[in-house]
Design a protein around this ligand. Structure first.
Ligand code: G6P
Length: 463
């Protein structure tokens, strides 16, 4: 069987905090003698072009260092100040600096040059996410004819938003150099198709004057998931954890509403707190009987828009506390710190409501993990944004428009009032969907689809 080479900006770290993707691909890589390639996390003046190999808990990881200025242009600049906001339809939050694009391409070229000496002709290369869109082009320019797949973890933008991205024509041409482009949801494939069918040379910036030919690239939805049964086990075993025991005691009669998100403007956190505020304002009977726990580890905090989201949230949580807290009751806890999977699984199980309301999200794995962690005899209710990719899978959640905070407040009320029978019924369907879309099935489906692709010549044309 061919080796699998996984490439992403970040590689999995040491220890139990590893995410579901790392856990799923670890098995595949071990079986198929592959390795995971990415940035080491180190910034140096003149990076070596040679990758360093390391065994991290049985997983072979190959890493390169990056130059500080290049990394800034590639990561905080082009990837996270242009691509991330545009792909999430937040053009108002995009900042464009023309020179970032060169740094973005330089880093992709450095990845390709460091990978080249490690490749065998039959290897399957699987590239992950928006940081690395040009990688296939850079590899093909080095005459790499291997099968190369790309997976986009975030939503694909609407055509208008795509046009707002400098060099979008080149980026789309880059996508056409992959054999398989995987996306999270059908809506993403539809947005891609809309672009592919309506593009004309005049709509493509930064690209030679001809439209992009996607004829050799298969584009399809492969919704990612978690390992719901592993979360179920973890949720049971972590109940003995001291923090969770204290938490359970502290909750007493109160019902827990839980949110877990990176502190990112795409997650709709201010709208979520506003919806909770409306729940308390409109339904006095819930005061003292509910508690919102929002866990939001800081993310990309060198970027101004992330700092502003953090400030807004500080102010809103303070306002809700000031308005509703009493000396012996607090309506919410806001924690800016990351927790490992065992603690999260236990908290998900304690929570009567999993509140997952991003304004736009590729998939949202918190929704999957929440479902996996529930007690089948007394499951909680998932309140889910219709703009998360997960909404295509979890239609038995209470689906909300997160921009409409009255609707979300009403969904919270429904979730809190929902009788046990209905909770069980909905959860059974949700759990079946989480199992069907497990991360294991996802990687198998994707790799099965990529494996039969035939080699290309260096121009990207198939032999
Ligand atoms: C999203 C992206 C990932 C990224 C993660 C954390 O899930 O799709 O590619 O790794 O956020 O963001 P960070 O910027 O900290 O890597």
């Amino acid at each position: 069987m061919s080796r699998i080479i996984v490439v992403s900006n970040r590689t999995p770290g040491k220890g139990p905090a590893a995410g579901g993707l790392a856990v799923a691909l670890r098995k595949t890589l071990a079986e198929r003698e592959g390795f995971w390639f990415g940035w080491s996390g180190k910034l140096v003046e003149t990076p070596s072009i040679e990758a360093r190999f390391e065994d991290i808990d049985g997983l072979t990881v190959a890493q390169i260092d990056l130059n500080r200025e290049d990394h800034h242009a590639y990561y905080a600049g082009f990837s996270n100040s242009i691509l991330w906001p545009s792909f999430h339809l937040r053009l108002d939050l995009a900042t464009i600096e023309a020179h970032w694009y060169e740094g973005y391409r330089r880093v992709n070229s450095q990845f390709a040059r460091a990978l080249l000496p490690q490749l065998k002709p039959d290897d399957i290369i699987w590239v992950h996410d928006y940081h690395l869109i040009p990688l296939a082009t850079e590899l093909r320019n080095l005459d790499v004819r291997n099968r190369i797949g790309f997976y986009l973890h975030i939503p694909f933008p609407t055509t208008d938003a795509l046009y707002a991205i400098p060099h979008h024509g080149e980026l789309m041409r880059d996508l056409s150099r992959y054999d398989l482009v995987g996306m999270q949801a059908n809506r993403d494939v539809a947005a891609f198709t809309e672009f592919a069918e309506h593009q004309t040379p005049s709509t493509l910036s930064g690209s030679p004057l001809e439209s992009v030919d996607f004829g050799r690239t298969e584009v399809a939805a492969f919704p990612i998931g978690s390992d719901p049964d592993a979360f179920a086990k973890l949720a049971v075993s972590s109940a003995a954890n001291k923090m969770l025991k204290r938490m359970e005691r502290a909750m007493g009669e109160q019902e827990l509403i839980l949110g877990v998100d990176r502190l990112d403007y795409s997650k709709g956190l201010p709208q979520r707190v506003e919806a909770y505020e409306k729940l308390l304002a409109n339904n006095a009977r819930f005061r003292r009987l509910v508690h919102l726990l929002q866990i939001a580890p800081p993310s990309r905090d060198s970027i101004k828009e992330y700092q502003e989201t953090s400030d807004t949230l500080d102010a809103m949580c303070g306002r809700v506390m000031g308005r509703f807290a009493e000396p012996d009751w607090s309506p919410l806890t806001y924690v800016k710190r990351a927790y490992g999977q065992p603690s999260l699984a236990g908290l998900y199980r304690l929570a009567r409501v999993g509140l997952v309301t991003p304004l736009r999200d590729g998939m949202n794995l918190v929704a999957h993990e929440y479902v996996g962690s529930q007690d089948p005899e007394d499951p909680g209710v998932l309140v889910l944004s219709r703009f998360a990719g997960a909404a295509e899978i979890f239609d038995d959640a209470i689906l909300v428009n997160p921009f409409d905070t009255d609707e979300t407040a009403e969904a919270l009320r429904m979730a809190l009032d929902m009788p046990l029978d209905e909770r069980k019924q909905r959860w059974t369907t949700l759990m079946a969907a989480a199992r069907k879309h497990s991360v294991d099935n996802w990687s198998k489906n994707y790799l099965d689809r990529l494996a039969p692709a035939t080699p290309r010549d260096s121009s990207g044309t198939r032999d």
